[in-house]
Design a protein around this ligand. Structure first.
Ligand SMILES: [Fe+2]
Ligand SMILES: [Fe+2]
Length: 378
């Protein structure tokens, strides 16, 4: 329909008859259609002046309608035929009530130069992120009895939109490293025709887990165009930086992700505290999104607070796994978490396994697997 209109426009106003020196931006498909039917036109013809602005307006209207339709589709419940049912995700932990509360905010001291570099980079990214999302986290004066409105206006706490922007941006970035690391290790395995020692799956599981965080929170709000553009730019820069750095030093990259996850645990811990203190009243007793109930096997009456607890536990797992992997030799050592991960009683209060602990843990898991096999064969 649109192309027919364009072609009709082309025939009605021959462009070669009059040239104009005013350059105009034209939609790409306009040039394509024109060039496929007539000889090429120069920039800024009468045709452009007459039809170009109308086409731009038409294109803008079509884009706006498409975006509106997409956002309505995202925010509405999926139809039964569009839902994926069954065991549709990679492995990820499902937490007990005790495990959800067994998370501590921890930090691993950076001692080597690459570790210090990774930590500084994370701190810099955090500063930039705080600046963009206008997050200050000013300490509340002792004995203060300020209302939620006063706390928000004073920059002491975020409102629910602020929290969502912050979480959505964080999750779009956090979903990149696992996929890049998994992809590079996969390619290396087939290129060198050798086994990967079980790292690929853990990396891909982390990437999917982060994407599920995003899928969960994006059901709460549709993101404006400028926010999507910001994500596009950030992903383009971060993907390439991480890709090339992983080729040079996988350990530094896993350390970087470990520090990034430390920040994620801190962010979700603060979010939980503010929610439990009643400082995010818009989310009080808000039901958990359907996708979250399905993914984390939550109760049907679970709330958003339950979801944030589960997400924080996931981030704790990423913190532990990445700091542990950064303590290994990537081309030699077996991933100790390839078959099983420690429970939250370990991951919640311990920042990482060192290389020796990883080996002991892996031997313990392998022993369990052998015993299980022997029992089945009996
Ligand atoms: Fe996440
Ligand atoms: Fe994470």
């Amino acid at each position: 329909m649109l192309r027919t209109t364009l072609l009709a426009g082309v025939r009605l106003v021959p462009a070669h008859r009059a040239a104009c020196s005013v350059p105009l931006a034209r939609p790409q498909y306009f040039s394509r259609v024109w060039m496929s039917t007539r000889k090429p036109v120069g920039r800024g013809t009468r045709f452009d002046l007459l039809v170009g602005p109308r086409l731009l307006l038409l294109r803008r209207t079509v884009l706006r309608r498409r975006m509106k339709a997409r956002s309505q589709h995202r925010l509405s419940a999926p139809s039964p035929s569009s839902r994926v049912e069954g065991d549709w995700v990679l492995f990820h932990p499902v937490y007990s009530a005790e495990e959800l509360k067994a998370v501590e905010v921890l930090h691993r001291e950076a001692t080597t130069i690459p570790d210090k570099l990774a930590y500084r980079l994370v701190r810099f990214a955090r500063w930039g992120f705080d600046f963009v999302s206008r997050y200050k986290h000013r300490p509340i004066p002792p004995g203060s009895n300020m209302s939620v409105k006063e706390l928000r206006e004073g920059g002491y706490i975020l409102d629910e939109r602020g929290w969502l922007s912050r979480i959505l941006f964080l999750e779009t970035i956090a979903g990149v490293p696992g996929m890049v690391a998994g992809m590079l290790r996969h390619l290396q395995s087939i290129r060198l025709m050798r086994r990967d020692n079980g790292w690929i799956h853990t990396c891909l599981q982390e990437a999917e887990n982060e994407r599920m965080h995003l899928m969960t929170f994006m059901t709460l709000r549709d993101s404006p165009l400028w926010f999507r553009a910001l994500i596009l730019g950030a992903q383009g820069v971060f993907f390439n930086m991480f890709f090339f750095t992983y080729l040079i030093s996988p350990r530094t990259c896993h350390r970087f992700v470990g520090y990034l996850e430390e920040e994620a645990v801190l962010t979700y811990t603060r979010c939980i505290e503010e929610l439990e203190r009643g400082w995010i009243p818009e989310w009080a007793d808000k039901p958990a999104p359907e996708i979250a109930i399905d993914y984390w096997r939550l109760r049907k009456d679970a709330t958003l607070l339950d979801v944030i607890y589960a997400v924080r536990s996931d981030e704790t797992t990423h913190r532990f796994v990445n700091h542990s992997l950064a303590n290994l030799v990537p081309d030699q050592d077996v991933n100790p978490f390839a078959l099983q991960e420690p429970g939250m009683d370990v991951k919640g209060g311990k920042i990482a396994f060192d290389r020796k602990e990883s080996e002991e843990y892996m031997r313990g898991v392998q022993k369990l697997v052998r015993e299980g096999k022997a029992k089945i064969e009996e």
